[in-house]
Design a protein around this ligand. Sequence first.
Ligand code: 5AD
Ligand code: SF4
Length: 354
Amino acid sequence: MIVKDIINKLYKENNANKEELLFVLNNLNNEDKEYLIEKANEIRIDNYGNKVYMRGLIEFTNYCSKNCLYCGIRAENKKAERYRLTEEQILECVDLGDKLGYKTYVLQGGEDFYFTDEKMVSIIKKIKKKYPQNVVTLSIGERSFNSYKKMFEAGAERFLLRHETASKELYNKLHPNSSFKNRIQCLKNLKKIGYQVGAGFMVGIPEQTNENLVEDLLFLKEFKPHMCGIGPFIPHKDTPLKNEKGGTLEKTIIMLALVRLLLPEVLLPATTALGSIDSNGREKGIKAGANVVMPNLSPINVRNKYSLYDGKLSIGDEAAECKICIESRIKKAGFTVDICRGDNVSWLKEHKNI
Ligand code: 5AD
Ligand code: SF4
């Protein structure tokens, strides 16, 4: 087998089998890597041109009942300074977002059941009443089919729920008292209800092998999420994984490019974690096929409290109010910023007959 041939196959057919993907991950040299990035970029250009979509991220609660070993806001981290935004504060963030031109708001939080279905429905309805054209995206973890349905009916249209890793064994090691099966079921339920769904995984989590990463790629190819969040694992000082090594920029870029080749129409963010490990991380991600950025719209005084990992960016280019600096960096990298809804193109074809 030759790496370049497999990349060509991925480019032409948007597919490769387990052995081929593993061969790429195990044998990719610098020249192959450049070629992979080039091809991934071409596929993105074919599907989305050189547009990069912007979403405003509102981190509305850092309470979480879960204990993911890697995460700085896990329930057992007693050092995390907890906060919840009020409904009014969330609406203020949305107002600011709309003023700045953001048409999509991602309401992200830990698994915090203070925010009951009723509270979420009320927030979603208020946002949609005021801004009917704008999109509400939820990222609030695992809930029942009926909860997801109520929130969809209230007007939420997209949902981000990373699968985190497609290896059941690794999933179980990282997520105490959680069920891999339930997580995957949640993703399926979301799709069935009609959400545009975001899956995703971390690169470089302890004990993760190239075989595991291939499992992620094959899972994504089969599940076909509309969006996919990929970022490097970054250790957090108050978690059980504090002394572990983090994921690298290089490996994350390779995974982004492979996902773009496997899922040409996926919306792929250049994540905050990528921007946090390298000052040009986001641009490098965009050049390898990423086409979404999610600047932070949360109130400034809570931003450092949403501390998933050490060194998480929340100011400067990561801040929604700094739209001009974000735009100018994206332009400098050769891309244009698009502030519209930014739907997944295959979802649009299916749902709006376009
Ligand atoms: N490093 C990188 N990403 C992390 N996340 C949580 N903790 C970390 C960490 N230490 C990611 C998870 C989660 C998303 C919101 O943030 O993938 O789904
Ligand atoms: Fe909670 Fe999400 Fe952190 Fe897990 S990754 S502890 S579910 S906020």
